[in-house]
Design a protein around this ligand. Structure first.
Ligand SMILES: [Zn+2]
Length: 241
């Protein structure tokens, strides 16, 4: 049975102001345009929408909150709160003092995901994992290493693995609320092609791309159908062994 984890990175529009350190000229221009049309293309209340939907559907999920904007909400056990740093900065590029502030475990959470998946720079690969351990996180999302602003990120389905005692789960795929039917169909096919895997399928999305619940509900219903026939089992990130 394939183990599936759904994580939602909650950051509202914070990344539109920040851009991405790895962007080149063209991507920066695209970023500027995206920023201008963000209110049309995206949803500032995407968190409220996705949270309500997952709550209603009683669907196990891990909400990764940016501390500057969000606090954990008391609620049912099938929802986990994880941390997506304080200010959504690129962790592998910032100095020690700031890094400590960014990952400080103020809400005593177990799971962590780094902005833009920048968690492991080849110059000092374990630096952030060591700090996570110190802050008593137990789980983290992983998508490959970085070298300065360059990255070697990729998707895969594999068993969890440890770095400095932190259980890492590799990103398998992601989807967004504003994706086309075609892309959602491809995602479903990818999940189906991995049903026999002994690894963990970590599926991730962003709060702000969900203008409506169409794609989210479609994926939830799809996974629920597979769970009913014992092809998949949903987990919160912190429950992955
Ligand atoms: Zn993010």
């Amino acid at each position: 049975m394939l183990r599936v984890v759904l994580t939602i990175d909650c950051e509202r529009f914070i990344s539109f102001d920040q851009g991405n350190p790895r962007w080149k000229k063209i991507e920066k221009i695209k970023g500027q345009i995206n920023k201008l049309i963000k209110n049309f293309r995206y949803n500032k209340e995407g968190f409220e929408l996705t949270y309500k939907t997952l709550l209603n559907e009683k669907f196990p999920s891990t909400f990764m909150i940016t501390g500057k904007t969000f606090k954990p909400i008391k609620g049912p056990n099938f929802i986990e709160w994880g941390y997506h740093t304080l200010n959504h900065l690129p962790l592998t590029l910032i100095a020690e003092e700031q890094l400590k502030k960014e990952v400080k475990n103020v809400y005593n959470l177990k799971s962590f995901t780094a902005p833009m998946w920048m968690i492991e720079d080849i110059s000092n690969p374990l630096r952030i994992f060591r700090l996570l351990k110190k802050e008593k996180y137990t789980h983290c999302v992983y998508r490959g290493g970085n070298s300065g602003i360059k990255h070697f990120h990729y998707n895969t389905v594999k068993k969890s693995f440890k770095k400095e005692g932190i259980t890492c789960v590799h990103v398998s795929n992601f989807f967004e609320g504003n994706w086309s039917n075609k892309k959602i169909k491809n995602l479903k096919e990818d999940i189906l092609s991995n049903l026999r895997s002994e690894g963990v399928y970590l599926l991730t999305t962003h709060d702000f791309t969900h203008k409506n619940t169409k794609n989210l509900l479609e994926i939830i219903k799809f996974l629920k159908r597979l769970e009913k026939v014992k092809k998949v089992k949903m987990f919160k990130l912190r429950d992955i062994k």
